[in-house]
Design a protein around this ligand. Structure first.
Ligand code: FEO
Length: 170
């Protein structure tokens, strides 16, 4: 059974993951309208992953005898100045999420909820990966700068950039 404090903290995380999914969905939609089809597909997938992160938490809270709260969400940003601006926003967002996961882990230790602590280790590992991917993308974009040909190739090859980064990070 979850104690109230842990349930509240997990419900807060459900909201953060749901907001992440919305933010990346809005990013995907913006990229699509800017003719950045590869980036859009990457972000649509990323949005789906965040929904899965949320769903895992919803089901965990309910399975442990708590009640998951499905939250109201705020309107994400509609547009971005550039791809660099978009991915910097994404990286900053993931750094914020990592901080929130760390706080959650801390609460579990203070409250001696080792089951939830164990459950959260998946999120700790996931955050390391997500931050590393976002940093890899930012490195590529800073190499490309304003070069239109480079940006074209970045958009075309974003999936393979990420597959390479993923295997390097494992
Ligand atoms: Fe589920 Fe990207 O944090």
């Amino acid at each position: 059974m979850l104690i109230g404090k842990i349930q509240d903290a997990l419900n807060e995380q459900i909201k953060i993951e749901a907001e992440s999914s919305q933010i990346y969905l809005a990013m995907a939609s913006w990229a699509e309208t800017e003719g950045l089809g590869g980036t859009a597909q990457f972000l649509y997938k990323h949005s789906d992953e965040e929904r899965m992160h949320m769903l895992k938490l919803v089901q965990y809270v309910n399975e442990r005898g708590g009640k998951a709260l499905i939250p109201q969400l705020s309107q994400p940003a509609i547009g971005y100045k550039s791809l660099t601006n978009l991915f910097q926003t994404l990286l900053n967002h993931e750094i914020m999420v990592s901080g929130e996961i760390n706080n959650l882990v801390d609460i579990c230790l203070t409250e001696k909820d080792y089951t939830t602590h164990n459950f959260l280790q998946w999120y700790v590992a996931e955050q390391i990966e997500e931050e590393a991917l976002a940093r890899t993308i930012m490195d590529k974009l800073s190499m490309i700068g304003e070069d239109k040909g480079g940006l074209y190739l970045f958009d075309r090859d974003i999936d393979s950039i990420l597959i390479t980064a993923n295997s390097e990070n494992q």
